[in-house]
Design a binder for this molecule. Structure first.
Ligand SMILES: [Zn+2]
Length: 267
């Protein structure tokens, strides 16, 4: 497969835009983002040189999180901003200058369509997928701040139960860096559930070099923030997605009550 050229990755008229929003008039203080919501590949990129079974596994998207995020946003009357195209096209949670932004290898899979990309071709993917998504998150946060609305950023992800042959014991994890307010409370509430193995910055930790959404939209904007990672085998089907959405809605509602009682400023 030959590398794309900038002009070859325009979306066709019948291809959906990258940004998906749910409940944009939601009144909850929680603002949900979902960087790895979808696994679409623009037709102009073919299948990135991969067989379909590679494009349906975790390297292409966060399996199960779309159902959780959508139901959670509806249940909590919260705004969700999500990105529909595959992280193999461009990863919306990586700084564009990071080598893993447009991965040439993901886990053990080489991505032929990402080899030998020119700067122009990489920039074109950024302009088409990454920029509109992050611009929209920026706009929504700007508007909420202008309106004086409490805003807590929660970035929703899922992780594969086995990575590079290593099984992961956690059911759910909180991911954070500089926010010392929300993550400890969320950890405490998740552990109080009693039936969960809870990761504290596991299976990943947030950093400026390897993440984008939390550092840029949460930390740099001074919003309370956390990432939540759910293990994919727990949310592989609609009933698991529903159960996890209900559980998180209950827990995040408790977070809101605790912060409300402490009169903690949410902006
Ligand atoms: Zn993810």
């Amino acid at each position: 497969m030959s590398p794309d050229t900038p002009s070859s990755i325009r979306l066709a008229d019948d291809e959906v835009p990258p940004v998906l929003e749910e409940n944009d008039a939601g009144t909850s203080p929680f603002l949900f983002t979902c960087d790895h919501f979808g696994r679409l590949i623009p037709r102009a990129l073919g299948q990135l040189g991969l067989p379909i079974d590679e494009l349906t596994r975790h390297i292409a998207w966060d399996i199960g999180i779309a159902g959780v995020a959508t139901t959670l946003a509806r249940t909590m009357n919260a705004h969700l901003i999500a990105q529909r195209y595959s992280r193999l096209v461009i990863d919306c949670n990586r700084p564009p200058q990071a080598p893993s932004s447009i991965p040439m290898i993901s886990e053990a899979t080489t991505v032929p369509g990402n080899e030998g990309l020119t700067h122009e071709a990489a920039d074109a993917r950024r302009a088409l997928f990454f920029d509109p998504y992050h611009r929209r998150i920026d706009e929504v946060i700007d508007q909420r701040l202008r309106d004086g609305r409490p805003t807590i950023l929660v970035s929703l992800h899922s992780f594969t139960p086995v990575y590079a042959g290593i099984a992961r014991p956690w059911h759910v994890g909180t991911l954070y860096h500089r926010d010392v307010r929300l993550p400890p409370l969320l950890l405490q509430l998740l552990r109080a559930e009693g039936d969960l193995v809870v990761g504290d910055n596991e299976p990943y930790a947030v950093s400026d070099a390897t993440d984008y959404t939390i550092p840029v939209h949460g930390e740099q904007r001074g919003l309370m923030n956390t990432g939540i990672e759910i293990r994919q085998d727990l949310i592989a089907d609609p009933s698991g997605q529903q159960q996890w959405a209900e559980r998180l809605a209950r827990i995040l509602t408790e977070v809101e009550v605790v912060f409300g009682a402490e009169r903690l400023p949410l902006v």
